[in-house]
Design a protein around this ligand. Structure first.
Ligand code: ASP
Ligand code: MG
Length: 420
């Protein structure tokens, strides 16, 4: 059996959902588990609902939610005839769940409410798409993944309970796949042992699909995206970017680590553990070869480029010219952890420690004021971090030409340069 994952962009309109049905008709054979995200920007819209609710703006929250509802009802009405009423009833149940909560006062933490509201995007999209496929003769079984994916209660960043979830996959999904060729469910969401909804972190549905692939011992996972394949650079930044037809798990983990927006980094491990190949295919033109990611040795790769803009250099130095030692660095890393800051580049010197992070003003302020208790802190903004894997001198010169190099680190495979 295979696993297919369709992201938000592949289901953001009536035409795209019809396109998905065509792909299922043409490319699906045998048994397939289908994981689908919320439509387009629904997750962002629901985030706004949760924020308004939590900051006491109940009317605004209900108004914003009403817009999300109407969008989904509109799409369902357009796509469905015979299955409309049943689908509408299912949607209304989900709506009520959220509205019931929005009428209350917040008494728990924000992240809890976030998950209860935001998880509905995936429920809406899958309900509509499942009904549409059934109506189009593509017989499938819809499932609420919250009955399958058991997580802890670390809301917005929940971790999956692998043993429990594997058991549920065996009990619920495997028999369904015997009866139906297609089982369709949500990515990104799960539930605690108290039936509270959880989410696995933004862009988490690639990960959900990989977990299913692992637990079902799938022969492959296909992620359908709006790009022709994984490229060696972001084509929006580098128009000369070229497709990478073959990659391995390790290369993708490295690329994601340095900030390439390819595949959610958590996605690889469940696949790697079972040696399941990952295909990245273009839903706009399924005849394109796309990219295959597996565990075989790679042909020579072109330079792989990641450019991160809006970077800030934070320099921590001792006040009395004493060395910056393990204790200071340990304290700083403790702060990074507390503030959920992931340094993109760090360098330790005698009396200073440099770290480059995404320029999120609020976080930088918190970091600076906490660190100022024991170190001097200076911040420089408006910088970029250029990372090139499989680099050569020409490409590095060409890419950094005309800009000031503030910091440079390299290994045999990877060079990272902080540009002013
Ligand atoms: N809908 C969620 C998001 O936009 C999860 C996903 O699409 O992967 O982050
Ligand atoms: Mg997405």
């Amino acid at each position: 059996m295979k696993v297919f994952k369709f992201g938000g962009a592949s289901v953001n309109s009536v035409e795209r959902i019809q396109n998905l049905a065509r792909i299922m008709q043409e490319k699906q054979e045998g048994k397939t588990m289908v994981i689908i995200s919320a439509m387009g920007k629904t997750t962002n819209a629901l985030e706004k609902v949760a924020e308004a609710f939590y900051t006491g703006k109940k009317e605004e929250a209900l108004g914003l939610f009403e817009q999300v509802k109407q969008q989904h009802l509109g799409i369902a009405k357009y796509l469905l005839v015979t299955h409309y009423l049943a689908c509408e009833a299912q949607l209304r149940d989900f709506f009520t769940e959220v509205e019931w909560l929005l009428h209350d006062e917040p008494v728990r933490g924000f992240d809890y409410y976030y998950d209860q509201v935001v998880c509905s995007g995936e429920l809406f999209s899958t309900a509509i798409i499942s009904a549409y496929l059934n109506e189009a003769g593509i017989r499938n079984q819809w499932m609420d993944v919250r009955d399958i994916f058991r997580t802890d209660d670390d809301f917005r960043d929940a971790d999956i309970d692998w043993d429990f979830t594997r058991q549920k996959v065996k009990e619920i999904v495997v028999p369904a796949l015997q009866e139906y060729n297609i089982v369709l469910t949500q990515g990104f969401i799960g539930a605690t042992d108290e039936n509270e909804s959880t989410t696995l972190g933004r862009e988490g549905s690639d990960y959900s699909a990989a977990v299913f692939a692992n637990m079902l011992d799938a022969e492959s996972l296909t992620i359908w995206k709006d790009v022709e394949s994984v490229m060696n650079a972001d084509p929006k930044q580098f128009p000369d970017a070229v497709p990478l037809p073959v990659l391995n798990y390790n290369e993708v983990i490295e690329m994601a680590y340095y900030g390439a927006q390819v595949i959610h980094p958590k996605t690889i491990k469940p696949l790697q553990n079972k040696g399941i190949p990952l295909y990245v295919k273009c839903f706009l033109d399924p005849s394109l070869p796309g990219t295959v990611i597996h565990d075989k040795p790679l042909p020579l790769l072109p330079p792989v480029i990641v450019l991160k803009e809006k970077q800030a250099l934070v320099e921590f130095s001792s006040r009395d010219f004493s060395f910056i030692g393990e204790q200071h660095v340990g304290q700083l890393y403790h702060l990074f952890e507390q503030l959920h800051i992931k340094p993109n580049l760090t360098q330790n010197g005698a009396i200073s420690f440099l770290c480059v992070i995404d320029d999120k003003p609020e976080k930088i302020e918190k970091l600076a004021s906490a660190a100022a208790l024991f170190l001097d802190v200076q911040v420089k903004k408006g910088l970029s971090v250029l990372t090139v894997r499989h680099y050569n001198r020409e490409i590095v010169e060409q890419l950094s030409g005309g800009r000031t190099v503030l910091l440079r680190q390299q290994t045999a495979e990877t060079v990272q340069i902080l540009l002013g």
